[in-house]
Design a binder for this molecule. Structure first.
Ligand SMILES: Nc1ncnc2c1ncn2[C@@H]1O[C@H](COP(=O)(O)OP(=O)(O)O)[C@@H](O)[C@H]1O
Ligand SMILES: [Mg+2]
Length: 247
């Protein structure tokens, strides 16, 4: 198992947010955690990224326990912002620069600009780009981190519905190329169906994984997505606490 989250307990104040939160992610798997706003999705990513510390339980990558910040994760937080005073290239190479290998990061980034739909925008400013392009730049910055697990917090949440659809199409086409384990959190049922190998529904207080759905379709198209009425319905019921079935 690539990532193992076992029996995590966490609270911000009196009331526990998690008490016995457990889930696994296999190597190369794309897993979404789906749940309504406020159920604890971002908190899970902050715990994994080492920004928050659990009260109890354990987390392990490749069987090795992790504590605090870990180089296994590249984290794209909710509302990830590009620095407006830096060019797109400078923004995406930020991690490389912090590690003192900016030149190597620039060379790698340059090759990836076309794939991220950013060709010839290397020296543009964030304000020159559309919302979708800015998100792809933030995504490229995350992808350039040498980490084996990507943590994505509602990466397209701030986009209008058309741009969000375009970005989801793009990410589906990119999954193979990324070749990495991805944990995405979202409140968007269609986004979870479209992108995931497996969907974990998070809910309740204390919150836990209520149900789990595998999505095996290899050819993800919009037409396929629109035909997933039954799965959408079951996910919706599960989020509302009407169903706790695993499949
Ligand atoms: N820094 C904090 N201090 C206290 N409560 C917080 C803090 N951050 C989040 N919360 C609360 O914890 C719960 C889960 O938050 P969060 O993980 O951001 O949910 P989600 O990402 O699913 O919307 C919410 O009720 C939120 O109000
Ligand atoms: Mg959140």
């Amino acid at each position: 198992m690539k990532l193992k989250v076992d029996n995590i307990a966490f609270r911000y104040a009196e009331e526990p947010l998690f008490q016995g939160l457990s889930f696994n992610v296999a190597a190369g798997e794309f897993v979404s955690i789906l749940g309504p706003s406020g159920c604890g999705k971002s908190t899970i990513l902050n715990l994994l990224a080492g920004i928050l510390a659990p009260e109890g339980g354990s987390m392990a990558v490749d069987g090795v326990p992790i504590r605090g910040m870990s180089s296994h994760f590249a984290y794209m937080p909710q509302n990830d912002l590009l620095f407006p005073w830096k060019t797109i290239m400078q923004n995406v190479c930020l991690h490389g620069r912090l590690r003192g290998n900016e030149k190597a990061a620039r060379e790698r980034a340059l090759k990836l600009f076309p794939l991220f739909g950013l060709a010839s925008y290397e020296n543009a400013w964030p304000s020159d780009l559309s919302g979708g392009m800015r998100q792809r730049a933030a995504f490229l910055r995350t992808a350039l981190c040498d980490a084996d697990i990507l943590l994505l917090d509602e990466p397209f949440g701030a986009l209008d519905v058309i741009s969000r659809g375009d970005m989801q199409d793009w990410l589906v086409s990119m999954k193979q190329h990324l070749g990495r384990t991805c944990l995405l959190v979202t409140h968007d049922i269609d986004e979870a169906i479209f992108l995931s190998d497996r969907i974990l529904v998070l809910g309740g207080r204390p919150a836990s994984i209520r149900s789990e759905y595998r999505v095996t379709e290899a050819n993800r198209t919009r037409d396929w997505l629109y035909a997933q009425g039954e799965l959408r319905h079951r996910l919706h019921d599960s989020i509302r606490g009407l169903e706790t079935k695993k499949c």
